[in-house]
Unconditional design. Structure first.
Length: 128
């Protein structure tokens, strides 16, 4: 069965947004107590870096943040997409052609960045 580009883009959009329809996890206790980062600090931790993310479902993402404001994502299922990224104080905001703009809360746990998806799942961005 061949899937359309729109179907795949919508599916990835739901994954990146942490859609409540796909949620089966809850927030990590103490997430809001962890230190937040300024927009500039968060940007410097992301820019020109590649991260691996593993969701509780077992799905994986590879995220590549470029200094020109674009990001690229590859999933463990073979799908890839790109879009724009920016930071706000304590938040990472992303948008793509088929993705709505979303801003996820960001925290720092030691040297590891954590992000709260809309589903309530907290994911770790592990440097590649």
């Amino acid at each position: 069965m061949k899937l359309s580009k729109n179907f795949l883009s919508t599916t990835l959009g739901l994954m990146l947004l942490g859609s409540p329809l796909m949620a089966q996890t809850t927030t990590t206790p103490g997430f809001s107590d962890l230190p937040s980062l300024t927009a500039q600090e968060l940007g410097s931790k992301l820019e020109q870096k590649v991260f691996l993310v593993q969701l509780k479902s077992g799905d994986t993402w590879r995220l590549d943040f470029r200094s020109n404001g674009f990001f690229y994502v590859n999933t463990g299922t073979g799908y890839s997409a790109s879009g724009k990224w920016r930071t706000e104080d304590g938040k990472l905001c992303t948008e793509g052609k088929y993705l709505a703009t979303v801003c996820n809360d960001a925290r720092l746990d030691g040297d590891t960045m954590l992000f709260l998806l809309d589903s309530g799942e907290v994911v770790r961005y592990l440097p590649k």
